[in-house]
Design a protein around this ligand. Structure first.
Ligand code: OKP
Ligand code: ZN
Length: 334
């Protein structure tokens, strides 16, 4: 299977994140991507397909914010990485936002995703990696892998959060549709619910979003991912949430994935995009499921058996020492 990654994705390295009342080392490290790259032979560098496929999903003002916020932060005399502290919880009236702090709140979901001067470049190449993998599948490959880092599934049209800035799975889905595919399914099997992906396609009937994740009653992102969230308008029924309790191991996870695959099969997609997180691993430091390395191959075989072309986009996975083996196991299932 071809895989894509650009070393410029490594440059984003915030110092810390706000966690349980204090600043702790940032969990979404460059070492994660290095571990995956080391475990997979010959990842290819993506070509540059430009900003248009990014802007087909993301708001122009938001993209401008990602590019310029670090310089504005520095110009305001601030130390460290850009981080918001005030959020517009009510309706967003079109008020003029002048201060960097106002913008940081406007364009973010949480305070666990600081921006550095290198963030835009890393996110840009993460998006280019997923677009390159899409082209491999469009060219006839049964499956292709994008080592997306930073990850994408918490990022919405106009907000970052959960270590995510550009929604790579959504960018690939939109590019697939714009390239002539009629229906795309996204299967999100990261430990966390992909609130950004769900939000982007919430009212759309051409992109099916199915997610298996830790119950938002106990886990980030808390506000989204409940079973009764099913989409609306043309998208009603095109969102499927399968929350599972902490402690979930292979059997229950696999049963949930069978449900998701059956729903996707009924949707009859031209392409399946898998938002793959290995933070479902038993040894993950920030998560609570109990999958083992060999389980990823089993889950991948179940997906491959459905017969759709598959684009695999990397999301989370924070047990760095096991991450390469876990991703290799998943890819082996295809
Ligand atoms: C990203 B992905 C407070 C805890 C919040 C955010 C988790 C983001 C996971 N620092 N952590 O879905 O793997
Ligand atoms: Zn996750």
């Amino acid at each position: 299977m071809r895989g894509f990654f650009d070393p410029r994705q490594l440059a984003h390295a915030p110092a810390s994140e706000l966690h349980n009342g204090g600043f702790v080392p940032y969990a979404e490290t460059p070492a994660r991507a290095e571990a995956v790259a080391a475990a997979l032979a010959d990842l290819e560098r993506p070509a540059d397909r430009g900003e248009a496929p990014i802007l087909a999903v993301h708001d122009t003002g938001y993209v401008e914010f990602l590019k310029t916020a670090p310089a504005r932060w520095a110009a305001a005399g601030r130390p460290g990485d850009v981080i918001g502290y005030i959020w517009p919880i009510a309706a967003r009236r079109p008020v003029r936002l002048e201060r960097i702090d106002a913008l940081a709140g406007r364009y973010s979901l949480d305070a666990s995703t600081p921006l550095t001067a290198e963030t835009w470049g890393a996110a840009y190449w993460s998006a280019q990696s997923v677009l390159a993998a899409l082209d491999a599948v469009r060219g006839g490959d049964r499956a292709a892998f994008a080592l997306c880092r930073p990850p994408g599934h918490h990022a919405g049209r106009d907000y970052l959060g959960g270590y995510c800035h550009l929604n790579t799975a959504a960018i690939a889905a939109q590019a697939a549709i714009d390239g002539g595919m009629r229906r795309v399914a996204i299967l999100d099997i990261d430990y966390h619910h992909g609130n950004g992906t769900q939000d982007i396609f919430w009212s759309r009937g051409d992109v099916f979003y199915a997610s298996i994740h830790a119950d938002p009653a106990t886990d980030y992102p808390f506000y989204w991912g409940h079973a009764d969230e099913i989409g609306e308008g043309a998208g009603e029924g095109a969102t499927l949430n399968l929350p599972l309790p902490q402690g979930t191991a292979l059997d229950a996870f696999r049963r949930a994935q069978h449900k998701a695959l059956a729903a996707i099969a009924a949707f009859a997609p031209d392409l399946a995009i898998v938002s793959f997180g290995a933070d479902t691993y038993v040894g993950d430091p920030i998560s609570g499921f109990a999958l083992r390395t060999e389980d990823y191959e089993t889950l991948a075989r179940d997906i491959a058996a459905c017969g759709w072309p598959v684009l695999i986009a990397m999301e989370g996975g924070y047990a760095v020492d096991a991450l390469g083996a876990n991703v290799a196991s998943f890819l082996a299932g295809f």
